[in-house]
Ligand binder design. Structure first.
Ligand code: DGY
Length: 320
């Protein structure tokens, strides 16, 4: 079996694949392949180990007729047209669990960074504006006993809620497609409708899988329903937010602050006005960027490919 890996991944995954005698083509260039180059190589392979957000749409599947399986190097699978994969019986695998801690760590980091204005205060030093101690300036807010609203109580949302509960004794409310009764008990969390989530959260953190029906769900109308002291956190997908509306909400004190690890599009341009706001902290999609998580992702993706090679069900299949 011939497998194309479109960007180098940690050795732990490569080794597993090589031990099985799988023939690998790893994109040798540091640069991102054009869509044409990417499709051309996929056409010559039996499976793809896909790193990043290449759009694996109907056109891709039509052009890459030899593909028998796709292993994503991500937990999110919004880049794949799942009905197109299904209609061709192509299994698609992802990398759940291994990045939940790392990603929720970044949500927690951003929450605190926004609450204490840490990016803004760092910029003050760089701009030679440290100045003298001022009892009234640069004040943040404490999170003890406040309400954390989780949008999407999956593995990452659960980890975030657990950290916030232990660190700050936060009350947990959540909105999800279905109730999660075990998690509710463990976190002492309350299931609420979306409107209540908006109205009651002091921190609202997005952890759901992105689907088109949630496109720009966080917009002018929804920000207007949030508390003026509230903090919006997104470590899931940038498409959940309308960034022009977020800019308006942050500059007009509709909400208090925002922390984003994901933007739309990515990469965000360096001159995006959101980057200049004192109440907005933005990171370049580093949720899973730890040695531990990336090694785990490499192993999961390799296990998915190996299962395909051995005519078994992928252990982390999202569409069967
Ligand atoms: C994921 O795994 O979906 C992360 O966003 C990294 O791409």
């Amino acid at each position: 079996m011939n497998v194309f890996i479109n960007k180098n991944i940690p050795e732990a995954g490569i080794k597993l694949l090589q031990e099985k005698g799988i023939n690998l083509t790893v994109n040798p260039t540091e640069s991102v392949l054009s869509r044409e180059e990417f499709i051309k190589i996929c056409q010559k392979n039996d499976a793809l180990l896909n790193v990043g957000t290449n759009n694996l749409d109907e056109d891709f599947f039509q052009q890459c007729r030899n593909l028998k399986g796709i292993a994503l190097f991500s937990v999110g699978f919004d880049s794949v047209n799942i009905p197109s994969a299904n209609s061709r019986k192509i299994p698609v695998g992802n990398t759940p669990d291994v990045l939940s801690r790392a990603t929720s760590d970044v949500a927690f980091l951003l929450m605190q960074s926004v609450a204490r204005k840490s990016f803004f205060n760092h910029k003050r030093i760089l701009n030679d504006q440290w100045g003298s101690f001022d009892p009234l300036a640069n004040l943040g807010q404490e999170l003890y006993g406040k309400t954390l609203g989780i949008f999407g109580l999956g593995r990452i949302g659960f980890e975030m809620a657990q950290k916030c509960k232990v660190a700050f004794g936060m009350n947990i409310i959540y909105h999800n497609r279905s109730r999660k009764e075990d998690a509710e008990k463990e976190l002492d969390a309350k299931f609420v409708d979306f409107e209540t989530l908006l109205a009651e959260s002091d921190v609202l953190s997005v952890h759901a899988n992105y689907t088109a029906e949630n496109n720009k769900l966080f917009n002018k109308n929804t920000f207007a329903k949030m508390k003026p002291n509230s903090i919006f956190i997104n470590t899931a997908r940038g498409k959940f937010q309308n960034e022009e509306d977020l800019f308006e909400a942050l500059t007009n004190n509709i909400i208090w602050g925002a922390g984003l690890d994901v933007t739309n599009p990515e990469p965000m341009k360096y001159d995006n006005p959101l980057l200049c706001l004192p109440n907005c902290c933005i990171l370049p999609h580093i949720g899973s960027a730890t040695y531990e998580a990336r090694n785990g992702m490499a192993v999961c993706a390799a296990q998915n490919i190996i299962a395909l090679f051995e005519n078994k069900k992928m252990p982390y299949c999202v569409n069967e």
